[in-house]
Design a protein around this ligand. Structure first.
Ligand SMILES: Cc1cc2nc3c(=O)[nH]c(=O)nc-3n(C[C@H](O)[C@H](O)[C@H](O)COP(=O)(O)OP(=O)(O)OC[C@H]3O[C@@H](n4cnc5c(N)ncnc54)[C@H](O)[C@@H]3O)c2cc1C
Length: 310
């Protein structure tokens, strides 16, 4: 494709500008984008899409892509939860209404584990520079939000990796509202360097006595012999200890986001019966303790809410 054709496609398909990129490391970034349109009304926890053309470059060291006829001019779009830095530079809670910027927390997927399906968007997103243009979905949507939470409910956010993005925005909203019950956020990653918002959470704990952040790393040298996953925290009672309260289904909402294996949504077997997947996920552990997961197919609205990233 010629540079002129690329410039024309970009002008036609892109409607947002990269304002800043914080590369936490080569494979993890906080991306801030200014859409050309007024940021649509939305609720913390929701997502929109980001997109780049197939014609854009990819970072090296990613699974090889195979092209199909007609792919060259296509736009690749994926869903991304809106994230939030929560605190302003002076340590006060951000005033999000002051700007039109949308924040995203994105990990580079180098391999999907499926030889027939190479990751398409993130290898391109990680080539972006401030000032570059991209496609931003004009609709922010999603069922994953704070609607079911009452002011006296404890709220527990459990995430893997960039699954903490929507949680950060919901934590900001709860703190802004002056939520007085307990708020806890757990994030499980491989290495401490994968916790982009760690300092923010530490500052929040200093400032808000009802807020607790628990980072879990599974591959750091000091944790590799006794690594803990989110499921282990629940089984061992560490989650309640960190919360400083019982896991009482009558006054607790649990939000789960990220890796579907951590979440463990019930699936239908070939006979049409619902069952829990293996390995055991958080939903199975919590439902055995009286919690109920949302189930849109069965029109159930429970106190476990989840967003699967794949
Ligand atoms: C509602 C929703 C919100 C999302 N929000 C975010 C977000 O805030 N940040 C984010 O990084 N991703 C998020 N995702 C995942 C995102 O949509 C893309 O799937 C991901 O960025 C990979 O895109 P890709 O085109 O490079 O790979 P794809 O072609 O989409 O390949 C998908 C494969 O990549 C892997 N994968 C996808 N997402 C992740 C991830 N986050 N961590 C590790 N492996 C992953 C899985 O193996 C999956 O099968 C979200 C997904 C959904 C459905």
């Amino acid at each position: 494709m010629t540079p002129e054709q690329i410039a024309e496609l970009r002008a036609k398909r892109y409607n947002g500008t990269v304002v800043s990129i914080h590369k936490v490391h080569s494979d993890l970034m906080i991306l801030r984008v200014n859409p050309d349109f007024v940021r649509p009304p939305h609720k913390p926890g929701q997502y929109c899409s980001l997109g780049l053309g197939q014609w854009e470059p990819r970072v090296e060291g990613c699974q090889e892509e195979t092209f199909k006829e007609g792919d060259a001019t296509k736009l690749i779009r994926r869903a991304y939860s809106l994230s939030c830095s929560i605190l302003d530079t002076d340590g006060s809670l951000l005033d999000i209404s002051k700007s039109n910027i949308m924040e995203f927390y994105i990990v580079l997927v180098r391999e999907t584990g499926d030889p027939s399906h190479a990751p398409r968007l993130t290898p391109r997103l990680f080539c972006l520079q401030p000032g570059d243009r991209l496609n931003v979905g004009e609709k922010i949507t999603g069922h994953y939000n704070l609607d079911p939470v009452q002011p006296t409910d404890n709220v527990i956010f459990l995430a893997t990796g960039t699954g903490e993005a929507p949680h950060n925005y919901m934590i900001w909203e709860l703190l802004r509202r002056g939520h007085s019950a307990k708020i806890m956020s757990v994030c499980c990653v491989r290495y401490r360097k994968d916790l982009a918002y760690l300092e923010t959470h530490e500052a929040l704990m200093q400032r808000f006595p009802n807020y607790r952040y628990v980072p879990l790393t599974t591959r750091d040298s000091h944790t590799s012999t006794k690594k803990k996953y989110i499921q282990d925290l629940i089984v061992d009672g560490d989650l309640e200890a960190a919360l400083g309260d019982e896991l009482d289904p009558c006054r607790t909402h649990v939000f789960l986001c990220g890796n579907p294996k951590m979440i463990g949504v019930k699936v239908k077997n070939p006979h049409g019966e619902w069952g829990y997947p293996q390995p055991t996920g958080v939903i199975e552990l919590l439902e055995k303790r009286g919690f109920v997961a949302d189930n849109s197919q069965q029109k159930v609205k429970g106190n476990i809410h989840f967003e699967e990233y794949w």
